[in-house]
Ligand binder design. Structure first.
Ligand SMILES: [Zn+2]
Length: 456
């Protein structure tokens, strides 16, 4: 009955998603009352108005986040969606903000990530309301506004002391259920260099971001006297190329790029460059740095050399990736990405990590930490979501642990559930992002079933 009710609203659901996609809600400069810019704000207002028109209480929390609420009870169930989108980028076949329909798909930035699922959740709740399905808990559909660039929307909501859900899900990843997410530390360090001697590092650079394995790194070195010896060394090392300039030489190292959560699929060009440089005749401070680097960082992907290795039975090993280097004669800086097992905490390795960074004479520039997330399979709401998934899809609801982080980390008692179904391609953040209308409708049905379970 509820499934049919949802199908009856198909045209309305499609239109509401299209209306939202037509608002370009990329984060921009803050304006008065618009902390994430005008586009994001307009998309919030659109969803709050829609919520009211569907008969829900609509709440704007200081323009930082909003929600629609329905039902009664002391406890609240949350569906955590977001309306902000990443920039459209290049390479679209269809216009990114026209929400055109071709071959049963709505095309546009935000269709899958995350406007389609968020507005879908609103209609799932509408179906429950129209059919007077009894619920014991209140339900809130959240309109997050800053998921793509820091989740400051939910942070604000939490810090303000607003009500936390007793359980819920975010339709912002994939099915079946992600109940484990590694903790992620992203940090940057600098180190002063006080160089002297016949060989001086003039500059070094490599990598594009902390969470990407660098596929390229290069160093320029000023060498007094002749440098034939270095050229000889290079001949033996296939990924190292050397260019001679008038007063210096440039050493280039090629690696293989990969995502920071799977560094074993790549080859870290910075680490191979440092390994090569150690074979040269540096003396003094830079030599000390190279010795440190190769002893404690090197090509280790699991933090063993640093003494921060951890593992658990659910998510495996700690993952360490040094993603960027930038430096000149006087200073070096690095960005590092660490992903630790879902059952461990930052405190399990933080002291050792700090100690080792100090040992290397590194000074912290910033350190951002997103806690690990792990909800036990024995938890009631995980069992309920599994039941819903199995009924809806006719297959076992496996629980997944991932190395990345989802929106679920931002709010207590939330796990990722949908919207991407098994076998569907990842379209989010790419040109020609779309959502299949059939998938959208199925998602609304699944979410309605989930709300019914969780709110009872
Ligand atoms: Zn998202």
């Amino acid at each position: 009955m509820i499934d049919q009710k949802i199908l009856d609203m198909k045209e309305e659901i499609i239109k509401s998603v299209q209306d939202s996609v037509k608002i370009r809600s990329v984060e921009e400069e803050p304006k008065d009352g618009m902390p994430f810019g005008k586009g994001v704000h307009n998309s919030l207002i659109h969803c709050l108005n829609l919520s009211e028109s569907l008969g829900f209480k609509a709440v704007n929390v200081d323009n930082m986040i909003g929600y629609a609420e329905y039902g009664q009870g002391d406890e609240m169930v949350a569906i955590l969606g977001h309306l902000d989108v990443v920039p459209e980028g290049e390479g679209w076949t269809y216009p990114p903000y026209a929400a055109e329909i071709h071959n049963g798909k709505i095309y546009g930035r935000g269709t899958t990530d995350d406007k389609g699922p968020t507005i879908g959740a609103l209609y799932a709740l509408k179906a429950i309301k129209d059919l007077n399905i009894p619920l014991k808990r209140r339900v809130r559909v959240f309109f997050g506004l800053n998921e793509e660039t820091g989740s400051n929307c939910v942070k604000y909501y939490v810090e303000k002391g607003e009500e936390m859900p007793v359980c819920g899900f975010t339709p912002d990843a994939e099915y079946p259920i992600i109940n484990g997410e590694k903790g992620i530390v992203t940090c940057k360090y600098t180190r002063k260099l006080n160089q002297s001697g016949d060989m001086i590092l003039k500059s070094v650079k490599g990598g594009i971001a902390a969470n990407v394995v660098p596929d390229f790194a290069e160093a320029e070195i000023i060498v007094a006297g002749n440098n034939k010896e270095i050229k000889k060394l290079s001949d033996k090392t296939e990924d190292i190329k050397i260019e001679e300039k008038e007063n210096s030489i440039i050493i280039k190292c090629h690696g293989v790029s990969a995502h920071g959560s799977t560094p074993e699929k790549g080859k870290n060009a910075i680490s191979y460059l440092m390994k090569f440089l150690e074979r040269l005749n540096f003396t003094g401070d830079f030599k000390e740095f190279l010795d440190y680097y190769n002893e404690y960082i090197g090509t280790d992907l699991n933090g063993e050399s640093l003494g921060i290795y951890l593992e658990d039975d659910i998510s495996g090993k700690l993952i360490f990736n040094l993603g960027t280097v930038l430096g000149n004669e006087n200073e070096l800086s690095f960005e590092i990405n660490i992903r630790y097992p879902v059952k461990k905490t930052f405190e399990d390795f933080n002291d050792t990590f700090k100690e080792k960074m100090e040992l290397g004479k590194f000074k912290e520039v910033y350190l951002r930490h997103k806690k690990s997330l792990y909800v036990s399979p024995d938890t009631e709401f995980i069992k309920k979501l599994q039941k819903v998934y199995e009924e809806q899809f006719g297959e076992k609801a496996e629980l997944i642990s991932i190395g990345g982080g989802t929106y679920a980390k931002a709010m207590k008692n939330i796990v990722a559930f949908g919207p991407i179904m098994k076998g569907q391609p990842m379209v989010e953040h790419k040109p020609d992002e779309y959502i299949e209308i059939d998938s959208l409708m199925k998602n609304v049905q699944v979410m309605a079933a989930a709300i019914k379970e969780l709110a009872n």
